[in-house]
Design a binder for this molecule. Structure first.
Ligand SMILES: NC(=O)c1ccc[n+]([C@@H]2O[C@H](COP(=O)([O-])OP(=O)(O)OC[C@H]3O[C@@H](n4cnc5c(N)ncnc54)[C@H](O)[C@@H]3O)[C@@H](O)[C@H]2O)c1
Length: 280
């Protein structure tokens, strides 16, 4: 018997990267899936967005596991659209047990050079719309009355002051706080809430090409090659383990653990899947 047989999991930002890996892995563990992605441009990002075809490929890969999936191309900032998907998905699949709030965007600049437009967009996607998703799903999980697991994807930037990433760092710190608050509020209902803090993962957000889509071009990568800058800031981006990057599936392992009964007494915590980056 698979670890999530008979369960239903919602995954946000599921068109590619980590979100796709989580949806496929949760399906392999027996869960039916509700998934969405905006598949659209953001003013603050310089890397290519995924396409509707990417989201449809996630759908195909989930179905290939023998699981059902209810999906839509919608934006997490759109509460009526998220509400409608959760209503339709739970009606069709019967229930909701696991929620992986994974979507996010990233952009590099010195703090004093971030435009107001970019600041507002990154905060609204990475913080406010994470709250919007949990606002929609929490009453459903409470009413269902059978507990559940909410997994919020933060980052090592959720506990470190990474330079050139102020709105990203602020949003990722804030959702760690949101996770802990929610864990206290939802604990009486046996709904667990945990954050995963990934280190570097090979996706377009981290500069890697994906299916022809251009990755984020970090304008500060060259800066860090300068000995005087590297001496001051370089260690922030170093890992304890000898590898630099992880695969999306490395994060899915932690998602499945937090979704399953194996972690049934773990709530309100940060699971750092970061190659030891936060130990530096
Ligand atoms: N890649 C890394 O090195 C890394 C490290 C730490 C944390 N993270 C976090 O992991 C999560 C997944 O990122 P990824 O690495 O897979 O990057 P990615 O860019 O490949 O995937 C992010 C997905 O989220 C979707 N998305 C963004 N905003 C959305 C919105 N408002 N509504 C719906 N969908 C939206 C995008 O379209 C995209 O498909 C993000 O929260 C990111 O901040 C990434």
């Amino acid at each position: 018997m698979a670890r999530l047989d008979g369960q239903v999991a919602l995954v946000t930002g599921a068109a590619r990267g980590q979100g796709r890996a989580h949806a496929v892995r949760l399906a392999r563990e027996g869960a039916d899936i509700i998934a969405f992605d905006s598949c659209g441009e953001f003013v603050s990002t310089t890397y290519d967005p995924p396409t509707l075809a990417d989201l449809k490929e996630t759908v195909r890969l989930v179905e290939e596991q023998g699981r059902r999936i209810v999906w839509r191309q919608i934006d997490a900032r759109d509460v009526p659209a998220v509400t409608s998907l959760v209503e339709d998905g739970t009606r069709e699949l019967g229930r909701l047990d696991v929620v992986v709030v994974n979507h996010g965007i990233c952009s590099y600049a010195y703090t004093w050079e971030v435009t107001e437009e970019n600041w507002d967009e990154i905060i609204s996607v990475n913080l406010t719309s994470v709250w919007k998703v949990v606002k929609v799903v929490s009453p459903y999980l409470i009413d269902q009355g059978e507990g559940g697991s909410i997994i919020v994807i933060s980052s090592v930037a959720g506990v470190k002051g990474q330079p050139f990433l102020a709105p990203y760092v602020c949003s990722k710190h804030a959702i760690v706080g949101l996770t802990k608050t929610l864990a206290n509020e939802l604990g009486p209902h046996r709904i667990r809430v945990n954050a995963i803090l990934p280190g570097g993962v090979k996706t377009p957000m981290a500069g890697f090409e994906w299916n022809g889509q251009k990755g984020e071009q970090n304008p500060f990568a060259g800066e860090l090659d300068k000995p005087e800058v590297a001496a001051q800031l370089g260690s922030i981006f170093m890992n304890a383990l000898p590898d630099r990057w992880m695969e999306p599936e490395d994060i899915s392992n932690a998602v499945v653990f937090l979704a399953s009964h194996d972690s049934h007494y773990i709530t309100g915590t940060e699971v750092r899947v970061d190659l030891g980056s936060t130990a530096r």
